[in-house]
Design a binder for this molecule. Structure first.
Ligand code: SAH
Ligand code: SF4
Length: 368
């Protein structure tokens, strides 16, 4: 008989317990097995049940016969001159997503995806041109980190010392998709990522970015507890309607009100406002002054992101001088306003571009 084996990687304790129930004598044994498996999977990165030495040979056979320890597959990997690594990852159903690793001097940030594509078609975003294929599951969120830990040989470091500096110290949900349109699965994944007996990355090292799904924003603070970033990008409803069409549903006023009552907001846990700098669209000094006024009273930082051009887009990146004078106004109002250095420019850095590029290649191959 051919048994359909179930992949355990990315599963929470409750789900794993249910799956192990038929093979364990009682609840206590299930609990012990789950805790052993979690340790092997999430802190040791083991991919072979037979190497799980503290589990009896008998039970290892049960595991081998019924379960898998799979990750997402790396379909393509591009390494930029500046060290940024961009991965095209294949899901079990063949869909493709992007995950980007950005190494910095004192930390390493992994930018993960939350959906295949996105329903929201922000006019400056390449992912937005692709439509939504589907939501990612909680395990697929976790597996993006698992496969990157494999590829960056992170497990050895973690095994040697829990405190040793890891390659992946921070996670940002700024890849493909809108995380707050996939809240339940994102939460499931993040719970394993934040769990000290799981992937163990602290909630303060994780940032979820949303384009402004107002009814779900409070839940990020209440039910997940990670940091929050808002894709703001404009200071009038007229311009924001064009850039982030979701603004027509929840406008600037409504968004800012939700942020003012955000649970847990404090100076040590400020909200990041992301602001893409687009030439002649949202980059005047008047915009900068309006931005400062709008967010006054909200503990925040502003992250200025030079627009990353992609083929077919009619927008251009703001000039150096424009960005500087914008940043100056924000700084003199007392906000930190780092300008994000574009990373991985030589490897199709605009989000969604790698996936789309690969789809085009596949199509043309099929036509040969
Ligand atoms: N959907 C969520 C998270 C993914 S987008 C959101 O919109 O917040 C992550 C960030 O990348 C957002 O701030 C988005 O505005 C920005 N971004 C998208 N396309 C970009 C481009 N071409 N150049 C610069 N930043 C871009
Ligand atoms: Fe979706 Fe974010 Fe891109 Fe807008 S910016 S289309 S919400 S991924």
């Amino acid at each position: 008989m051919n048994i359909q084996k179930i992949n355990l990687v990315g599963l929470d304790k409750e789900t794993m317990s249910k799956l192990l129930q038929p093979f364990c004598e009682n609840g206590q044994v299930i609990k012990m097995r789950v805790s052993q498996l979690w340790d092997w999977i999430y802190t040791k990165g083991e991919t072979d049940f037979n190497k799980m030495t503290n589990i009896s040979k008998n039970f290892r056979n049960i595991l081998v016969n019924n379960f898998l320890l799979n990750r997402l597959k790396i379909r393509k990997k591009l390494i930029s001159e500046d060290g940024t690594k961009k991965y095209l990852l294949a899901l079990d159903d063949g869909n493709l997503i992007e995950t980007v690793f950005i190494p910095e001097k004192d930390r390493g940030t992994l930018c993960i995806s939350s959906q295949v594509g996105c329903t929201l078609n922000c006019s400056f975003c390449f992912t937005g041109t692709q439509g939504l294929v589907r939501n990612l599951s909680g395990p697929e969120i976790v597996q993006q980190i698992m496969i990157l830990r494999d590829d960056l040989q992170e497990w050895e470091k973690i095994r040697e010392s829990k405190n040793k500096r890891r390659s992946i110290s921070n996670i940002v949900l700024m890849g493909m998709g809108e995380p707050l349109y996939n809240f339940d699965e994102i939460k499931k994944g993040l719970m394993i990522i934040m769990d000290e007996t799981g992937i163990s990355i602290s909630r303060k090292k994780i940032t979820l970015s949303t384009s402004g799904v107002v009814p779900k924003i409070g839940l990020v603070g209440k039910e997940i507890g990670c940091l929050l970033a808002i894709s703001f990008h404009a200071t009038t409803d007229e311009v924001r309607n064009q850039l982030v069409p979701l603004n027509k549903k929840w406008n600037i006023d409504c968004l800012l009100n939700a942020l003012r009552s955000y649970p847990g907001l404090s100076n040590s846990e400020r909200i990041t406002f992301e602001y893409v700098m687009i030439d002649n669209v949202n980059d005047t000094e008047e915009d900068a002054r309006r931005l400062v006024k709008l967010i006054s009273g909200i503990p925040s930082k502003i992250n200025l992101i030079p627009f990353n051009p992609w083929p077919g887009s009619h927008y251009k990146t703001s000039g150096f001088d424009r960005i500087n004078s914008f940043a100056e106004i924000i700084k003199s109002a007392g906000y930190s306003s780092p300008v994000r250095t574009p990373r991985g420019k030589d490897i199709l850095a605009a989000c969604g571009q790698l996936r789309s590029d690969s789809k085009k290649i596949k199509k043309s191959q099929r036509n040969v």
